[in-house]
Unconditional design. Sequence first.
Length: 127
Amino acid sequence: MKILIIDNDTSIGTTMKSALGLNPSYEVEIALSAKEGLDKMREQKYDLILLDFMMPEISGVDLCKTMVADPKLKDIPVVLVSALPITSKVFQETNGNFQDLAVIKGLLEKPFSVSDLLDKVAGVLKK
């Protein structure tokens, strides 16, 4: 399974890649910006995207909107990763109906445990 982590925080991306590396069937790459991630998605096929919610220039939700509109990318499942509490009122108000975007298949809050990350990834990939 080929997984792309898109996160502007190098340490988070590296940590997630190391954790996912515990599963030998995962091939993991990192992109440090939404634009770099989009370029990688257009060049290669991925089975899952782990996408930081808040990034400079292009947000995770805006990247998901781009993916939904692109026939080559609209079927790649995305797990949004957020430092903000996803259930918080502020998060919900500022991000509206982001969960209605078809590519979003899961949410993961930072900080997360390795087991939470592995469970979320495995759950989304099984669907």
